[in-house]
Design a protein around this ligand. Structure first.
Ligand code: ADP
Length: 760
């Protein structure tokens, strides 16, 4: 509003000054109509070409010779002619340049005002001139300066108002560079003006020379502006491509790239639209008005989508003319006037679009810039290909690392000079030495590797072996905690390649347990064959005796014979059942359906044990309540029988064994207490492992399977077995099984044996 009023004020000032000039300044040289037309045309040309503004990062420069062109007009014409020539010439120029109405009024009024003042000043200086050239020169100089001052004052006023309205911040810079440009062009105008006046005095038609000045200056201005702009643009674009070349992280490279491209191309806004494979669209945007100048969004982009199907090469277009009417309309909807679009083409597919909107200053995009934009698009494509490649490499590396780190096998690599180059997590777990302790060192000797024969093995000197078969497949090593481990190792050489030495890859598997199991199994076979044979000797012996001399034996002797046969047969049966059960458990064939009455099963076991060993004392405390558990009766029988058999076997013959059965909470507890040698605390866990037998009890026969089976069966029924023992005083084994809902009270059984002390 203020701006419009200011323009109106300038127009009024111009009208007043024009009227005064028209009235006060008579014709000095009365140019012919043809010369007046020439003057008008010259003025038109000057104004038409005059604005050659060059903008870069807030700096602006403009050149024109209009005061110089006005000089011969003011020199030759009356005030009225000056006003007319000015009005016609300038209006025509503004119309042709399609300047907006307000700006047209302002431009014409501004120069009308300046020309009228110039005409009055010239007239004042040269009035009553007797034809002396010095007065003319002084008049032209004074008029030129007056025009320039008027023009400058009016311009500064309008500029400061325009700047205040648009709210832009770099006015001082613009004004300063504008002022410098104006001083330069004023000097040029003065020289031009004097030259043209001199030419006019020689012949009025020589005024046509003015066109040469104007066109030359315009061409020079254009060239200068182009060179400067190209220089800056090149720098900006270099920085943009540098951003892509020095980073593989789009989040880091793209903001710099877009900002530099925006500044380099001198555009208001730069966008990079990327079309994802899954129809997703990512828009990277650089604009001065954004915080940090950059933003990224995931939104459909209408213009880019339209252009992707219509253009395959960089092109520039406006809201009026473009690759398709739809694209022009879409550009209009983005609130931009012009755009330069460069597609990112991968093969035949457009994967993205670089968009540059609205060139700063009055110039549009130039064709040469399309080549640069295409080059930038190619750079971007290369960048994304590099990023993708890097991602794929990273992914592969991550997979490989995951495999290496998650495998329980130990994997390490040793250089030809014995330096460890990698050490995976499996090895850390196995040896206790971390990767930081081992990698890039020659500390393989810490493992004190030996072969099966106990000879030292120097794996780090692997190159001395003719081939890897020279290295033992099984190694014994010592861990960081001093534990001995057996490793099964496989070796492979990776031949030397560019810049890398030959490497030995060692894959090691911990076979300590497997070796131990192997040893225990060997023991077991020996023990079992012995165990199976041992009961057969008394069975055969007694049976033979009964056959040969049965009728001569006393009743007591016969009973002893049969009891011995029975006891040995029970041992055999127990042994066979344990072995069968162990193999069933190992093969996973466990089936715990049904209900078992723990009380009656235990009582029967005690009865059977007593029948075979009438010399022993077994004291039983039967349950006060029904003790049913969910599970197989055979399992419960096996579990309890093993505990009772061990108590009898490992305690002295004259010591009693106590068996109690009761219910506590929702568990049935069977405890078997003996007064045998007991079990040391550090062996109490071990005895439940397969084939484990304690050294102290080796005088007794056994397989090391009973407790293992008992625990496995108890756990299969959701229970467990544990031991508490005081070495030298005896042991108590406690079997716990979850109680099942009672259906009926178990039939009470009493054991009819003199040796059973029924505590109830
Ligand atoms: P086995 O009795 O056939 O050797 P078990 O698995 O039943 O196998 O027992 C494993 C080992 O646990 C036995 O060899 C013995 O050393 C120890 N052990 C088991 N029960 C007792 C006990 N009541 N008192 C002392 N040691 C026992």
């Amino acid at each position: 509003m203020v701006l419009k009023m200011y323009v109106a004020g300038v127009a009024v000032a111009a009208a007043i000054a024009s009227t005064i000039a028209a009235l006060a300044v008579p014709a000095a040289h009365a140019p012919s109509a043809g010369v007046l037309v020439l003057m008008t045309a010259l003025l038109w040309l000057t104004e038409f070409l005059q604005v050659r503004q060059y903008h870069y990062r807030g700096h602006g420069v403009s050149h024109n010779l209009i005061e110089g062109i006005f000089a011969p007009i003011i020199y030759a014409c009356s005030g009225t002619e000056v006003v007319l020539v000015c009005l016609i010439g300038l209006s025509a120029a503004e119309v042709l340049r399609r300047t907006g109405p307000i700006k047209t009024v302002f431009n014409v009024a501004q120069w009308l005002f300046a020309a009228a003042v110039g005409s009055l000043v010239f007239h004042a200086v040269t009035v009553n001139n007797d034809g002396s050239s010095s007065r003319v020169i002084a008049g032209v100089a004074a008029a030129t300066i007056a025009m320039s001052v008027v023009n400058q004052v009016v311009l500064v006023g309008v500029l400061s108002l325009a700047v205040r309205e648009s709210g832009e911040g770099h006015t001082r810079d613009v004004q300063m560079s504008g002022l410098i440009g104006r001083l330069i062009s004023n000097g040029a105008s003065l020289v031009t003006g004097l030259t043209l006046v001199a030419a006019f005095r020689w012949s009025p038609w020589l005024l046509a020379l003015g066109a040469v000045f104007v066109v030359s200056l315009d061409a020079a201005g254009r060239a200068h502006a182009n060179v400067r702009a190209d220089g800056h643009r090149l720098e900006g674009l270099q920085r943009a491509t540098h951003a892509l070349a020095t980073s593989l992280d789009p989040a880091q490279a793209l903001p710099t790239f877009l900002t530099e491209a925006r500044v380099g191309f001198e555009v208001r806004e730069a966008e990079l639209v990327l079309f994802g494979l899954d129809e997703t669209v990512t828009v990277h945007l650089s604009h001065d008005h954004l915080r940090d100048g950059y933003a990224v969004t995931d939104q459909p982009h209408e213009l880019a989508a339209l252009l992707a199907t219509t253009i395959h090469e960089a092109s520039h277009f406006t809201t009026e003319r473009g690759p398709s009417p739809e694209a022009c309309a879409a550009l209009e909807r983005t609130a931009h006037g012009r755009a330069l679009a460069a597609p990112l083409r991968s093969g035949d597919v457009t994967v993205g679009m670089l968009l540059l909107y609205d060139r700063l200053g009055v110039e549009g995009f130039e064709s040469g810039e399309l080549v640069v934009a295409s080059a930038l698009a190619r750079e971007l494509l290369g960048f994304f290909e590099r990023v993708d490649l890097m991602r794929a490499i990273d992914e592969e590396r991550r997979k490989l690392t995951d495999i290496l780190e998650s495998t329980s096998d130990g994997i390490f690599t040793v250089d030809s000079d014995g330096t460890i180059t990698s050490w995976n997590a499996g090895l850390v777990g196995m040896t206790g030495y971390s990767a930081t302790e081992m990698v890039n060192t020659r500390h393989l000797g810490l493992l004190r590797a030996r072969d099966a024969g106990g000879r030292d093995v120097l794996v780090e000197r692997w190159q001395d072996c003719i081939d890897t078969t020279g290295l033992p497949s099984e190694l014994q090593i010592v861990t960081s905690t001093g534990q001995t481990l057996w490793l099964s190792c496989s070796y492979s050489r990776i031949p030397a390649s560019e810049g890398r030495r030959e490497v030995l890859v060692v894959v090691a598997r911990n076979i300590t347990q497997a070796r131990e199991l192997e040893r225990l199994k060997d023991d077991f076979v020996a023990v079992v064959s012995h165990e199976l044979r041992t009961p057969l000797v008394p069975i055969k012996g007694w049976a033979q005796t009964l056959i040969n001399r049965g009728d001569r034996l006393t009743d007591d002797q016969r009973r002893t014979a049969v009891q011995s046969i029975l006891a040995q047969a029970q041992k055999l049966e127990s042994l066979v059942l344990n072995i069968l059960e162990a193999s069933r458990i190992e093969s996973g064939r466990v089936d715990g359906e049904g209900l078992a009455d723990v009380g009656s099963i235990t009582m029967r076991i005690v009865e059977d044990t007593l029948a075979a060993r009438p010399d022993r004392i077994l004291r039983v405390r039967p349950p006060a309540v029904p003790c049913q558990v969910r599970g197989s009766s055979v399992w419960v029988e096996r579990a309890v029988a093993n505990l009772v058999a061990n108590a009898v076997k490992y305690s002295p013959d004259d010591e009693p064994v106590d068996v109690t059965i009761n219910v506590e909470g929702d568990e049935v507890l069977v405890s078997v207490t003996d007064r045998g040698p007991g079990i040391a605390p550090d062996s109490q866990d071990r005895i439940f492992e397969r084939f484990e037998r304690l050294e102290e009890t080796r005088t007794q026969t056994g397989t090391g399977l009973g407790l293992y089976i008992t625990r496995r069966l108890a756990r299969a029924m959701a229970g467990d077995v544990s031991v508490s023992s005081v070495p030298g005083a005896g042991s108590t084994f406690l079997l716990r099984l979850p109680v099942a809902p009672v259906t009926r009270l178990p039939e009470q059984r009493t054991i009819e044996s003199a040796n059973v002390v029924n505590l109830r």
